[in-house]
Design a protein around this ligand. Structure first.
Ligand code: 5GP
Length: 175
């Protein structure tokens, strides 16, 4: 099987993550500690890079949801499989996602976390398949808009494969 074809290079990712971190640092300057909530597993590399480039006080939490059974087969319902350890009440919260596709996962997360009474809640996603949207979901910071194709790398997988590729790639069908 050949390597996934490059869609977004390491360099392009680095530059965009720098820009997002600068914007977020500006927007939250003098607002106290920001709680970054990474959505496992896909966001762990993006969150690691983004959080290290912020110039504001921040705290990292992780949450895990399951929205796909395996591979690229959609299962429909979103389910919380791991919660964070700290209360977010009265905190500024930024949900950090790897990719927004139909929007159901992010919609579920925003509603769930809003019910915990944070001071504010915003969302940041590295990738957005904007033409696949099924629900109108709030995206405050977006790295790249992409088409409706299955992407891997930089934290994203296909059946647990290709997660640690340094770039975002597309798997091409075998010839
Ligand atoms: P949504 O609920 O927006 O349809 O889906 C969000 C989740 O679907 C993401 O967090 C991710 O786990 C998965 N997903 C959607 N598209 C892709 C893709 O192209 N590649 C990978 N690896 N995961 C995807």
């Amino acid at each position: 099987m050949q390597n996934p074809k490059t869609l977004i290079s390491e360099d392009e990712i680095r530059k965009r993550v720098d820009e997002l971190a600068a914007q977020i640092s500006l927007d939250y300057a003098d607002k106290g500690e920001l709680v970054l909530v990474g959505v496992l597993k896909g966001s762990f590399i993006f969150l690691a890079d983004l959080s290290r480039r912020l110039s504001i006080p921040r705290h990292i939490e992780f949450i895990a949801v399951s929205s796909y059974r395996y591979g690229s087969t959609r299962s429909g319902a979103v389910r919380l499989v791991m919660d964070m350890r700290r209360s977010i009440e009265a905190k500024n919260v930024l949900i950090v996602e790897d990719i927004v596709d139909t929007g159901h996962t992010l919609d579920y997360l925003i509603k769930m976390l809003k019910s915990r009474n944070p001071a504010s809640i915003r969302t940041c996603t590295l990738l957005h398949k904007e033409h696949s949207a099924e629900v109108d979901v709030q995206i405050d910071y977006c790295g790249f808009s992409i088409g409706d194709e299955w992407v891997v790398g930089y934290g994203l997988d296909y059946d647990e494969k290709d997660r640690t590729l340094p770039y975002i790639g597309v798997i091409e069908p075998d010839d």
